[in-house]
Write a protein that binds this ligand. Structure first.
Ligand SMILES: [Ca+2]
Length: 369
């Protein structure tokens, strides 16, 4: 039987994923683990497949702790007339059309209460523990997390420092300052030239070039997907020589101290840079490109951060390189607030963007449409 793979999640991600084909009952399970910090067991009987995920817990013990707890389970049963597929925890079925990453900034939690797969392997941390108490990000120790409430769950929490919770478009927002950090350790969900979208609310008066969302490869450094403002004008950096930006003659400035909604989307797999779309306050805006109009390609195995650079290049000892990323045209730490930051592993239609905006548009005092 030929499997129609496009309906599965096929990206390099840094967690356990269970997905199901929309049409059939074919299930795909991907698992990962370094130094046996995570593994699956599979129990097959006549009409039941019972797969369990085991996550390393406990105290430090030079990489191999060998102390585990069950962190997820999926049971596929063909007993009787009907097939059933029940996933939970780390093996809960992922809704691929929903936001995989979603920060609503409703709470912050101590990092010590959130076990994030593989985080203890970060070279600078000097310790290996299944659960960390702090992790350094660009010179600042992060002891808190902003939980990811999207489908990818806890492994995509943002390790954070100096992010204040203030009034946002929906409940609280995250207020960033110069020494704020919000960095995701786990990789993905970008993949080569595939569809991807960012949606977020921003409030700032910054006149410099604040980074709103950064995605950069952990190993491959040729391309990025960094959304930033340049004196209030949105621009999407794809490489050191390519960007998509608000059409230059347009007087658009979003650094007016009011909430604004921005969406960028790669509308189809292997789009050209000029085909990527940008929306402000629910409406598509005219863009132009700076650099060569090529098919976009995102690094596999990349990591995301909010309001500045994150864990990227944690393998290098060159602090200047790590902190400035000069070859990506740099960018400043955000002074301002973010809310409802969402990342989808698919394109968003103009109708969907309109709905995302309308959901909280009462907060936008100056809609541009
Ligand atoms: Ca919120």
């Amino acid at each position: 039987m030929f499997l129609s793979l496009p309906s599965f999640l096929h990206r390099q991600v840094h967690l356990n994923t269970a997905t199901k084909d929309k049409e059939s009952n074919i299930v795909q399970i991907v698992s990962r683990g370094n130094y046996f910090n995570n593994f699956l067991t599979v129990d097959v009987t006549d009409d039941v497949i019972d797969i369990r995920c085991h996550n390393e817990v406990g105290s430090q013990k030079i990489k191999h702790n060998l102390d585990y707890e069950e962190s997820g389970r999926i049971v596929i049963s063909k007993r009787g007339d009907a097939s059933t597929i029940e996933g939970s925890g780390q093996l809960a079925l992922i809704d691929q059309s929903a936001s995989l990453i979603h920060f609503n900034f409703e709470e912050k939690l101590p990092l010590s209460t959130r076990s994030i797969l593989g985080l203890g392997l970060i070279p600078e941390s000097g310790e290996y523990k299944p659960t960390m108490t702090f992790v350094p990000v660009n010179g600042i120790d992060c002891e808190e997390v902003i939980p990811n409430v999207g489908e990818f769950g806890i492994d995509y929490d943002a390790q954070s420092a100096n992010v204040k919770l203030v009034k946002g478009v929906s409940g609280f927002a995250g207020e960033f300052e110069e020494n704020s950090r919000a960095a995701i350790w786990s990789m993905g969900p970008h993949f080569e030239g595939r569809e991807i979208s960012y949606s977020l609310w921003i409030k700032t008066e910054a006149t410099d070039t604040p980074i709103l969302v950064s995605y950069e490869g952990y190993w491959i450094k040729n391309t990025v997907m960094n959304l930033r403002l340049r004196n209030g004008r949105p621009e999407l950096i794809l490489s050191s020589t390519q960007r998509l930006r608000a059409w230059h003659p347009h007087p658009l400035r979003l650094n007016d101290g009011h909430w604004h909604h921005i969406v960028v989307t790669n509308p189809a797999d292997d789009s050209f840079l000029s085909e990527m779309k940008m929306y402000v306050d629910g409406e598509e805006i005219k863009t132009d490109i700076d650099g060569k109009d090529e098919r976009v390609t995102f690094p596999n195995g990349g990591i995301i951060s909010l309001g500045g650079f994150g864990h990227g290049r944690s393998g290098t000892n060159n602090l200047e390189l790590r902190h400035t990323r000069d070859n990506y045209e740099n960018g400043d730490n955000l002074v301002g607030a973010l809310d409802e930051v969402k990342i989808f592993a698919r394109a968003l239609s103009s109708q969907e963007v309109g709905l995302l905006y309308a959901e909280h548009s009462i907060m936008s005092a100056h809609p541009l449409s």
